[in-house]
Write a protein that binds this ligand. Structure first.
Ligand SMILES: [Zn+2]
Length: 424
């Protein structure tokens, strides 16, 4: 296949074209036509829309390749920001994300999600208003909001479904609540999915098959398959935390079952085990600090967590055959966890599945979640009605990338299928 890969935005979409300009991969209409292999008139009409909506501007003249000298395209500095928030169970990271995926005015706040959806929405609306009024945002419109939550999110309707660590949140239509209050398109996603998108788009843009495991208070896993975020039928793909592992025995889990991975390998479980041994721990980062200080109990528990995680991921790796397995979240930087995990994966997986598999700590850092949230929100904003006037028939290249399902769960319905979608 000779098409560039590693993108989350739908192939040739406004968001994809904008991303190609934002990353410096393309700087003219002819570059874009050459890269996405769609009809020049389709690319042109999408570029016109991006110019009209003030995401892009034209500057100077490029080098002629025989005909008229092409106008160069560049990102507008005042083109807009996405508001983005990445909730943990007891804190939130908030940022403004520009169209190139850079994080600005990043702040961390303590917030207990256990306070419930209504109070959380009130609190977040206030934080968003503060962010919009920050000096760095002067003259720059907020285009949308992306929200990450540490629980299952039904992605089509932006609703939380049976979260084990968010009491009172089941069925909360958080996307619609926020969208109504802020009058912005809103995307709500599981936090591990956002971390996967952020990691994929910033640090591993060439990787098509990628698993990103978030080891924080809970355990989550985001799946990038063929360059796209994989949701599954209702958004539940990647949930590994309630797989049964031998080390967990009959320990009861928050999900109602017993013996789940989460009961031995999550930050919450390790924290509890350390407290039971009289060691003071408040947050998963304290566990990593204890391991770095050589605390024996913490090191043993983290190593055992890595082994149990490895047992579950060995099955996933054999089944899914990723090129990269990335471990993020607070515990992702704990060496004994990664070492134990590697040992089990290489012992249990088929040689073909591991011969080119790389297992690493997350590279996108603590902002991966907010960057993923911002970029998915941008994608949703650009797929709203009116974003695709006058698309013309495409070449077959657009059909090379599977179904055209939206990867974001925003408020606005998707555009009517464009011609290249119906051609698939
Ligand atoms: Zn469970």
């Amino acid at each position: 296949m000779d098409y560039p890969t590693g993108h989350v935005p739908e192939w040739g979409s406004h968001a994809h074209l904008l991303r190609l300009v934002a990353t410096g991969t393309a700087n003219s209409r002819s570059d874009l036509v050459r890269l996405v292999k769609l009809a020049p008139s389709t690319v042109s009409s999408r570029v016109e829309y991006l110019l009209d909506q003030r995401y892009l501007r034209e500057s100077g003249d490029g080098r002629s390749q025989g005909g008229r000298r092409p106008k160069l395209l560049e990102i507008r500095g005042d083109g807009g920001m996405m508001l983005a928030v990445d909730f943990g169970s007891s804190h939130a990271r908030i940022a403004a994300i520009d169209v190139a995926g850079r994080a600005h005015t990043v702040t961390e706040h303590p917030w207990e999600l256990a306070q419930g959806p209504e109070r959380t929405v009130d609190w977040l609306v206030e934080r968003c208003r503060e962010l919009v009024n920050a000096p760095e945002m002067a003259g720059i419109p907020a285009r949308g909001l992306g929200v990450g939550l540490p629980g299952p999110v039904e992605n089509r309707h932006g609703k939380v479904v049976l979260p084990s660590r968010m009491p009172g949140w089941h069925g909360a239509a958080i996307r619609d609540m926020l969208s109504e209050r802020l009058e912005l398109p809103v995307v709500v996603e599981n936090d591990a999915n956002l971390m996967a998108v952020g990691e994929h788009l910033t640090a591993r843009s060439g990787v098509e098959h990628l698993l990103v495991v978030k080891m924080g208070t809970g355990i989550g896993c985001g799946v990038i398959s063929a360059g796209r975020l994989h949701h599954g039928a209702v958004g539940a793909a990647g949930d590994i935390s309630h797989v049964r592992v031998p080390a967990a025995g009959d320990t009861p889990c928050t999900c109602g079952n017993t013996g789940c991975l989460e009961t031995v390998a999550s930050g919450a479980a390790i924290t509890q085990a350390l407290i039971a041994r009289g060691i003071e721990v408040k947050h998963p980062t304290d566990i990593v600090r204890l391991v770095q200080e050589g605390n024996r109990e913490a090191t043993v528990l983290v190593r055992e967590a890595g082994r149990s995680l490895g047992e579950v991921l060995a099955t996933v790796v054999n089944f899914f055959n990723p090129a990269f397995l990335v471990i993020g979240g607070a515990l992702g930087s704990a060496h004994p966890l990664l070492a134990a995990l590697r040992g089990v994966i290489y012992e249990r997986c088929l040689p073909l599945a591991t011969q080119s598999l790389e297992i690493e700590s997350a590279a996108a850092g603590a902002n991966a979640g907010v960057i993923g949230a911002g970029l998915l929100a941008l994608q949703q904003v650009l797929s709203s009605p009116g974003a695709d006037p006058g698309a013309t028939p495409a070449t077959t290249a657009g059909a090379a990338f599977g179904t055209a399902s939206g990867t974001a769960s925003g408020t606005a319905p998707r555009t009517a299928p464009s011609t290249e979608e119906t051609a698939r």
